[in-house]
Design a protein around this ligand. Structure first.
Ligand code: ADP
Ligand code: MG
Length: 661
């Protein structure tokens, strides 16, 4: 072998290496990702030369990466048939460190120039031999996980290897092969490869890494295999591990849309999510401006519970040139699109970008904006072309998607995509705001809504009476978020959202009745009129601090009474606010009573007859229980049960007395 020429590492490189070689890191496995992506890059470059018709050494060689293990010697070897490096390139490329990753890495590891004055240990890290251990110590304690987050290219191999040899045969015919070797500290040597070794070498690069004593796990095939599958599964060239091909799933997102069959989408989706069923829908994007990226996203055909266990189980997988950067990245799409599962791949991000940097990355932000725009566009198209499928989407993911109300800049796009139950489709069908406006009355300025815990509750809500009589449609807000959403959006096409609870006596005056009004009760006689004031006083006394006020209602026909919020906040909004403020007590409301209802009249007559009849209080409280229930609360469930049983046995007693008589 020819004389090996020794070189020292550039100062920056040395610092990084000192930290790498002497510390324990949790994410050491990423060395493989780095080496494989370098190999893939080299193959890509070769393919480029090939495509330009340039002369290439060993042109018949397949473009591939082969990983092998020599267990007895403790060696992991990675060989590619890429474009290789000349002796000078070996010196240049593997003696210096790329700026991007290293600077940040050094900062985080506490070995930066800025950190020198502050921490004496970091100064030691920059020093030569004796300083190394101290520097490593500093890094070891404070930086347990940084490597995994940064990825610092080729040098990461020194986390696991104490000797690395790089044998490279450049692409140019006749150019000599070289061997680069280093133990990771001090320097490296480069020499021309001669004799048999050289003769047997073919184009490309072989990285031969002798594993450290504590990194023997990487001599196990199963370990290597899982690392490759995790980080490097979608490299565009075959990766073999001991002659078995590992990356068999193609990077489908890179393929042109028209060439991908539904079946392949489904396969890929199931591979990605472990979901057994096919996805509901596929969004496949290939974008060139403002940022180049490919995205393959799926809308699952089942719902996820993002409030509970899976709170953090969302985000898109971010790849840079088919190498995984981060699984479940949360910057690429807002949370209201968390139902999207899939992959985003860009040419423009460096591999060694850290997660912190990703969060502020302009490129990622631009990608995210395009993804949101395209996702909304996709949903718009779906809603227009296949309303049934859109409704399925809504039923599965609407609960999450409606949180898009918080995206103030996009209300115009989001509002038409919302769906609601409504009084006009009692079967429970969903309608859009556009449908509501198509059907609303001429001259109607508001989009009326009613928040209720269920369809049944909405239908029997006393506030609905007047609207039903006028034939005015009301949106049923069955999810507490609905009300927040409408509140945030404010209005739609110049129609304000308004709760039916806020409709005062005159609100519907201008609209004709479409159903016959309920048979109006006989007018009160003089005795009744005279007693009304003190009767109301009596009711106030009985209900006491259960309510804020009692008054007569002008909004009711068939119902006996209704609860109204004093400040115009709707019941469900109030409930939501209570939940958020952890309030336990039930809000004080105004009880509006219908003076024409038979119950009221009978009670009034009982009051006139025997003002102190204890049954009066019992009946009133029983009625109040029911009104509260309809409003969505029940303050005294045991009291109610008790009262009900008493009424029943009383009624039964009367019946028995009658029967005996
Ligand atoms: P980066 O990949 O970000 O440039 P690395 O530290 O991973 O940084 O690699 C440094 C350089 O070494 C690469 O840019 C490339 O020029 C060269 N290199 C590394 N591995 C190979 C390889 N297998 N074949 C050819 N060149 C390589
Ligand atoms: Mg690299």
């Amino acid at each position: 072998m020819a004389k090996a020429k020794t070189h020292t590492f550039q100062a920056e490189t040395q610092k990084v290496l000192n930290i790498l070689t002497h510390s324990l890191y949790t994410n050491r496995e990423i060395f493989l990702r780095e080496l494989l992506s370098n190999a893939s890059d080299a193959l890509e470059k070769l393919r480029f030369l090939q495509s330009r018709g340039e002369a290439i050494r060993d042109s018949g060689l397949p473009l591939e990466i082969r990983i092998s293990v020599r267990k007895e010697e403790g060696i992991v070897q990675i060989a590619d048939t890429g474009l290789g490096m000349t002796g000078q390139e070996l010196i240049d490329n593997l003696g210096t460190i790329a700026k991007s990753g290293s600077e940040e890495f050094m900062k985080a590891a506490g070995g930066s120039d800025a950190g020198k004055e502050a921490a004496p240990e970091s100064e030691a890290a920059a020093g030569e031999s004796e300083g190394e251990a101290a520097g490593a110590q500093a890094a070891g304690s404070s930086t347990a996980d940084i490597i995994g987050r940064f990825g610092i290219g080729f040098y990461s191999v020194f986390m696991v290897a104490d000797l690395v040899e790089v044998i490279s045969v450049p692409v140019t015919e006749g150019a000599p092969a070289h061997i680069w070797r280093s133990e990771g500290s001090g320097g490296f040597s480069v020499s021309v490869l001669e004799g048999e070794d050289a003769a047997s070498c073919r184009r490309g690069t072989i990285i031969r890494a002798t594993m450290k004593e504590d990194a023997k796990e990487f001599l196990e095939k199963s370990r290597l295999q899982s690392v490759i599958r995790l980080h490097s599964n979608f490299l565009p060239f075959p990766v073999f591990l001991e002659d078995e091909r590992i990356n068999t799933t193609p990077a489908l997102w890179r393929e042109p849309k028209f060439s991908v069959t539904q079946e392949r989408y489904t396969d890929f989706y199931q591979y990605l999510t472990y979901d057994d069923s096919p996805p509901l829908d596929v969004i496949h994007l290939s974008v060139d401006a403002p940022v180049q990226f490919n995205a393959l996203m799926f809308i699952p055909a089942s719902a996820q519970d993002y409030a509970g266990m899976q709170r953090d189980a969302w985000g898109l997988d971010l790849y840079a040139r088919r190498v995984l950067i981060e699984r479940g990245n949360k910057e690429l799409a807002p949370q209201y699109l968390a139902f999207l599962k899939g992959v985003v791949d860009t040419e423009d991000l460096p591999l060694n970008i850290s997660r912190e940097t990703l969060q502020e990355n302009v490129l990622v932000r631009k990608i995210s904006q395009t993804i949101v725009k395209q996702a909304l566009h996709h949903l718009e198209k779906l809603a227009a072309s296949d309303s049934g499928k859109y409704e399925t989407f809504w039923n599965l993911h609407g609960k999450l998607f409606k949180f898009a109300f918080s995206d103030y800049a996009r209300h115009d796009r989001v509002a038409p995509l919302l769906r609601f139950s409504s009084s006009a489709s009692d079967a429970g069908g969903l309608i859009s705001l556009d449908t509501y406006l198509e059907r609303c009355k001429p001259g109607q300025k508001e989009i009326w809504h009613l928040a209720a815990p269920s369809l049944e509750a909405a239908r029997i809500n006393p506030h609905m009476e007047r609207f039903r009589r006028k034939g005015i449609e009301v949106l049923y807000l069955l999810d507490p978020v609905d009300e927040l959403a409408l509140e945030a959006i404010g209005s739609y096409r110049e129609h304000r959202f308004k709760s039916v609870e806020q409709a005062d006596g005159k609100a519907l005056e201008g609209f004709a009745d479409v159903c016959e009004a309920a048979e109006s009760a006989a007018a009160m006689n003089d005795d009744e009129k005279a007693a009304l004031e003190t009767f109301l006083e009596k009711i106030r006394e009985i209900l006491g601090n259960r309510i804020k006020e009692v008054r007569l209602s002008d909004r009711l026909a068939d119902s006996v009474a209704v609860l109204v919020s004093p400040d115009g906040v709707s019941s469900s909004m109030e409930k939501l606010m209570r939940v958020m403020q952890h309030k336990e007590e039930i809000p004080l409301k105004i009880l509006e009573m219908n003076p024409d209802h038979p119950f009221m009249r009978a009670l009034l007559r009982m009051y006139i007859h025997t003002p102190d009849n204890p049954l009066l209080a019992e009946l009133l409280l029983g009625m109040f229980d029911n009104v509260q229930l309809l409003d969505g609360y029940l303050a005294e469930p045991y009291g109610m049960a008790d009262r009900n049983l008493k009424f029943m046995s009383k009624a039964l007693g009367w019946y028995a007395d009658l029967a005996r008589a």
